[in-house]
Design a protein around this ligand. Structure first.
Ligand code: PLP
Length: 423
């Protein structure tokens, strides 16, 4: 492979998704590689939000049942639009809550300690919010999280071994919560194999899809995953604080949610106002209260675009972008002490590249000062997400050239090697 810009230009010219970049608010003096933390705004998402506001303006209270997207059915509609991204049936998916509140709801619904099966299995690399939620759920049931939250250990600090996860599935484990894609290293877990092993041991299992939804395909229904949950502001480009989502496998439909509210109701009965809940016979049963309609609206536009392209095409370009980035790092930056700490193989590499470097915090600051937006992860990680929908191969090339010059002239040393408030 050539390392000059002609290769990047050639890849951009051949890119069948290149036209979608025009639908996003990108800036010519910025290279945005942080779409795995907050995806960019598209004109379609913006228009969808404006349309929703217009329906409020026009219909007032009747907007719940009238207008182009009646609000009463919006969560279900967005769930159906999301289902193909995770290989689920439409009625198994609902847009509601946030990652953390959905994890609370699903743990309250699926963690049934009994006899000596009283523990939850997670992993030591997971995002803190998931861990805090699980600790508090254990406490609510009277268990001490220090011995009831079991965390699979990583041998290299970045990845998890399937065999280590399986070995941790003891007779004391009642529930397993793992990420689909690890938020730092971007490792994809073998969700199918892990789910099969869990079920053989009589354990229920759910996945956090924050870093996998919109980045890689899933087959949750075929794999018989019990449940899953995610946010929509990363690879789904729903905007800051956009409403999250959850999936519950059909086989669990008849059950009552752990945390109930009137939006858990069968929609036909909700306005009967009875004091005994008749839960919806679909994933909608895991909703609690009135949906955050305005924070869900942009998803109408962004999910429409994603379904038009298809997750397979998105994954195809994403793999090419990250492969190109890794190749340039190998060839152009090898003398500057970077380690590629994400898995290299296509089958287990998620949507971003994860570089490690002892000076990572101030290298990120130098990148930012020069118009590149990465994100820093304590203590020494630089996450770079070239996103299939709006990033280009030329941007990848430019970023690597910039990184090279920052290292060569040591301009990163002008910054303190400490993280900012949000990094
Ligand atoms: C982004 C992310 C979250 C964020 O949770 P919120 O409830 O949306 O704040 C949680 N867990 C993981 C693994 C994440 O990547």
């Amino acid at each position: 492979m050539k390392t000059d810009i002609s290769e990047a230009k050639r890849l951009d010219e051949q890119d069948p998704l290149s036209k979608y970049r025009e639908e996003f608010y990108t800036s010519s003096d910025q290279i945005y590689f942080d779409g795995n933390s907050l995806g960019l705004l598209s004109t379609r998402a913006e228009a969808a939000l404006h349309n929703l506001l217009a329906s409020w303006k026009q219909h007032g209270i009747d907007g719940w049942t009238e207008g182009e997207h009646p609000w009463f059915y919006l969560s279900e509609k967005l769930g159906a639009m999301t289902a193909p991204l995770i290989g689920a049936h439409a009625e198994e998916v609902i847009i509601t809550g946030s990652t953390t509140t959905n994890l609370h709801q699903l743990t309250a619904s699926f963690f049934h300690p009994e006899g000596k099966r009283t523990k939850i299995l997670a992993d030591e690399l997971n995002f803190p919010s998931d861990i805090y939620a699980l600790q508090s759920q254990l406490q609510l049931k009277g268990f001490d999280p220090t011995d009831h939250l079991v965390k699979v250990q990583s041998t290299d600090g970045n990845t998890l071994q399937t065999s280590a996860i399986m070995e941790a599935m003891t007779e004391e484990i009642a529930l397993i919560i793992l990420p689909g894609v690890l938020y730092r290293s971007g490792q994809i877990l073998d969700m199918e194999t892990i789910t099969k092993a869990a079920h053989q041991k009589g354990i229920k299992i759910g996945f956090d899809l924050c870093h996998s939804i919109g980045a890689i395909p899933h087959q949750l229904s075929d794999w018989e995953v019990d449940f899953a949950f995610w946010c929509t502001y990363k690879h789904l480009n729903g905007g800051p604080g956009s409403v999250g989502g959850l999936y519950v496998n059909k086989k669990h439909f008849s059950k009552k949610p752990g945390l109930a509210g009137w939006f858990s109701s069968d929609k036909a009965k909700q306005f009967d106002m009875e004091h005994s809940l008749s839960p919806a016979n679909n994933a909608g049963a895991y909703q609690i209260g009135t949906p955050h309609v305005l924070s869900a609206a942009p998803l109408l536009g962004s999910l429409e675009m994603i379904s038009e392209i298809g997750i397979e095409a998105i994954r195809g370009k994403s793999l090419q972008l990250t492969a190109y980035l890794m190749e340039l790092v190998d060839k152009e930056l090898f003398e500057y002490g970077f380690t590629i700490a994400n898995p290299r193989s296509d089958s287990i590499r998620g949507g971003h590249v994860y570089l490690e470097h002892a000076e990572a915090a101030r290298i990120c600051k130098a990148l930012k000062a020069n118009g590149v937006i990465p994100d820093f992860r304590k203590p020494n990680g630089i996450r770079l997400a070239p996103v299939a929908l709006y990033n280009t191969y030329t941007e990848v090339w430019q970023m690597v050239q910039l990184l090279k010059s920052i290292m060569k002239d040591e301009s990163y040393k002008a910054y303190e090697n400490k993280r900012g408030v949000i990094a």
